[in-house]
Ligand binder design. Structure first.
Ligand SMILES: NC(=O)c1ccc[n+]([C@@H]2O[C@H](COP(=O)([O-])OP(=O)(O)OC[C@H]3O[C@@H](n4cnc5c(N)ncnc54)[C@H](OP(=O)(O)O)[C@@H]3O)[C@@H](O)[C@H]2O)c1
Length: 356
């Protein structure tokens, strides 16, 4: 039996500190929240989770306005029986203290800045506010001309303290979430020696609900394709947070949801499996949504429809090579679930509220 196998997961789940288990506020203290982009893949997950979240009241759910009449979300009947209305910033500002944006980047750039100006705290799922360097942001997200004050790169396992006071929590992308959760602790411990290669596979919902030539069922069913090699906007995001270059190769696989990344690294002299395991255990000893599986490599089906990110690894000590395998659900830990984890941190309630 491999040394760092599932018992580690059980041990770590039990290690969640009391601070993370703080009681949720009484209904009278519910925070008022709104969702923009509620008819999208990520937005519908937000509405589903927020409708049952004990610390919030969902006051508005909005779409692009392309459909003239307010409409229900049939898949959420009896979970949330409200109607989606066209996006209206006055209504968001008048009815909510916190707004989730699950919009295309250009729309999020405009709406996010406007809501922050009006005193609404924003949790943005798009890439519009993730890149700090003006040059890189201009190249990858040209609609975001400036970053509003109070923007935080909102990876909850790394930046909880800053997220607590953020005016705009900019949630990481789905691919970067998986890559950074595996790599950041190793980078900080000096365990990345040389090239880092991230071989990533994603289900099709990662591209949103509008089908394209690439995401059409007939193009994906029965096939796997690499895309955007050296030209994916998640590369600068991963490099910004990691502080080193990476080779990132995304693939589309015929699944509706889920990401698996196989990450190839070289270890410095003297470092082996024990250092990798200890470093990750220390980093995630109190993280409720990161499960370390060691040599029992995780699979997408273990995390689909959950907010978990599972990380496994194998180390070849003679060649000083290691491969990390990371899985998450792109619509939850990679999008809506992570956004709600950030909401919980902003509200000061148990990080797991509404998610477990
Ligand atoms: N999908 C993922 O796995 C994932 C993961 C992480 C982050 N994200 C990010 O999250 C955001 C949403 O992604 P998604 O996959 O949920 O997208 P999606 O399925 O395409 O949904 C987009 C939503 O935005 C609305 N919308 C479109 N243009 C608009 C405009 N100009 N003004 C107001 N509303 C508009 C749409 O409304 P209509 O229905 O009226 O068109 C829909 O509700 C994107 O920025 C994406 O990059 C997605």
């Amino acid at each position: 039996m491999y040394k760092y196998s599932f018992p580690l997961m059980t041990k770590m789940a039990a290690a969640v500190p009391d601070a993370a288990r703080a009681a949720s506020p009484a209904p009278a203290a519910r925070a008022r929240v709104a969702v923009a982009g509620a008819t999208g893949y990520a937005g519908q997950e937000l509405v589903r989770l927020l409708a049952r979240h004990p610390a919030v009241a969902l006051t508005a759910a909005m779409s692009s306005g392309a459909a003239s009449a307010p409409r229900p979300l049939p898949g959420l009947a009896r979970i949330w029986d409200g109607v989606v209305t066209p996006l209206d910033l006055d209504r968001v500002a008048g009815s909510a203290e916190i707004a989730f944006l699950a919009l295309p980047e250009a729309a999020a750039a405009e709406v996010g800045a406007a809501l922050v100006d009006r005193g609404v705290r924003v949790i943005d799922l798009s890439g519009a506010f993730r890149i700090r360097s003006d040059g890189d942001r201009h190249r990858w997200y040209p609609a975001t001309t400036t970053l509003p004050a109070g923007v935080v790169y909102a990876l909850p396992e790394r930046h909880a303290e800053a997220i607590r006071g953020a005016r705009l929590a900019s949630c990481p992308g789905c691919y970067p979430t998986a890559a950074l959760l595996a790599l950041e602790p190793l980078a900080a411990a000096g365990l990345l020696d040389g090239a880092v290669v991230i071989d990533a596979k994603s289900g099709i919902s990662g591209a949103g609900k509008a089908p394209s030539d690439r995401t059409h069922f007939c193009e994906n069913h029965g096939s796997v394709a690499a895309y955007a090699i050296f030209s994916h906007r998640h590369t600068p995001e991963i490099e910004q947070e990691l502080g080193m270059p990476v080779t990132f190769v995304p693939h589309l696989v015929p699944l509706d949801r889920g990401i698996l990344e196989s990450i190839y690294i070289s270890l410095p002299a003297g470092a082996g499996e024990a250092r990798v395991a200890e470093t990750l255990q220390r980093a995630y000893a109190s993280a409720p949504f990161v499960r370390l599986t060691g040599g029992d490599l995780p699979e997408i089906k273990h995390v689909a429809h959950t907010n978990f990110c599972d990380i496994g690894w194998r180390v070849d000590e003679t060649r000083r090579r290691a491969v990390l395998v990371v899985v998450l659900d792109n619509l939850l830990k990679g999008a809506a679930g992570q956004a709600i984890q950030n909401l919980n941190i902003m509200l000061g309630v148990d990080e797991r509220t509404g998610l477990l």
